[in-house]
Design a protein around this ligand. Structure first.
Ligand SMILES: NC(=O)c1ccc[n+]([C@@H]2O[C@H](COP(=O)([O-])OP(=O)(O)OC[C@H]3O[C@@H](n4cnc5c(N)ncnc54)[C@H](OP(=O)(O)O)[C@@H]3O)[C@@H](O)[C@H]2O)c1
Length: 266
């Protein structure tokens, strides 16, 4: 039984997924197949990662029913309604799938109201099971809500112990949008894998720094999609369900929040 969260349209999304950013296309099919063999049931790709084709190939050759794997991709560089409609069909073709489980606008660029309208129409046409956004921080998220007919199911934003996004989280909760973390391990920035607070908590629970960082997000109901090309780490990153951080430990992690991007993007 997968551990899932219910999106605002009733679709169930796995709370732990597998991200494929920066995995070269030549390695992607192997990595995604490894992840699926270990029990991951959600894969996060994007048009600009250049590996949608390989993600789709791995899903199709995994032996798993299509309905058991949740596939997310993200639109890149759209300007408006028409090019987005074409771009959605392009992703379906690259993935070689009949539908996508979740489509996100990768960044709040172009006329994102019109881009989103094209996504709403593709959703109504059955090409997408859910739609949402990524990197829409407070103001852009609110702006989109003024025209969206369908409230975004998910907002995928940089979230880890050094950027906890608590203000945005509240806004998303109020509107029924699920908070998804990208770079849940901070992609190693700011000495994440050497952090003494995470290390000390991990030692108490017999868990790694990565597992403590992931658990702290998971425990707050944030969807996580850690990336690793190594099977041992893929396994480690999933193995966070058998321990719990207490209030005091969570408190000691809250103070690690620097409230600013570790990547200088959004
Ligand atoms: N929407 C957006 O704008 C956006 C932006 C960035 C990312 N994302 C999504 O979020 C996913 C995750 O983010 P991310 O890939 O940037 O970073 P991440 O998952 O926070 O960290 C990945 C890095 O940590 C290493 N790692 C993974 N597990 C480890 C472990 N248990 N112990 C030690 N090192 C470990 C990986 O190396 P190895 O691979 O060598 O193990 C890799 O260098 C992406 O793959 C992508 O799907 C979205």
């Amino acid at each position: 039984m997968q551990d899932t969260v219910r999106l605002n349209n009733g679709v169930e999304m796995p709370r732990i997924g597998y991200g494929v950013y920066q995995i070269p296309p030549a390695m992607t099919e192997r990595c995604v197949r490894d992840a699926l063999s270990l029990g991951y049931r959600s894969v996060d790709t994007a048009q600009c990662y250049g590996n949608e084709r390989e993600v789709g190939a791995a899903v199709r050759s995994s032996g798993l029913p299509r309905s058991e794997v949740f596939v997310t991709t993200k639109l890149w560089g759209g300007r408006g309604y028409r090019d987005t409609a074409v771009s959605i069909d392009g992703s379906l073709k690259a993935l070689h799938l009949d539908y996508m489980d979740l489509l996100l606008i990768h960044e709040p660029t172009g006329n994102f109201h019109e881009i989103y309208r094209a996504m709403e129409d593709a959703y109504k046409a059955g090409k997408l099971r859910a739609i949402g956004v990524a990197n829409f921080l407070n103001e852009n998220y609110k702006r989109l809500l003024t025209t969206a007919k369908i409230v975004p199911a998910v907002n995928q934003v940089e979230t880890h112990v050094f950027r906890q996004q608590r203000t945005l989280r509240k806004l998303l909760d109020e509107n029924g949008t699920i908070h998804e973390s990208w770079s849940p391990l901070a992609c190693g920035q700011n000495g994440f894998f050497r952090n003494p607070v995470l290390k000390e908590i991990g030692e108490r629970h017999g868990k790694s720094i990565a597992q403590v960082g992931l658990r702290s997000l998971y425990q707050q109901g944030i969807v996580i999609i850690p990336k690793s090309t190594h099977m041992e780490r893929m396994k480690e990153n999933m193995n966070i369900l058998d321990f719990e951080l207490n209030a005091e430990e969570m408190e000691s992690l809250y103070v690690l929040d620097l409230d600013k991007s570790q990547f200088g993007w959004w």
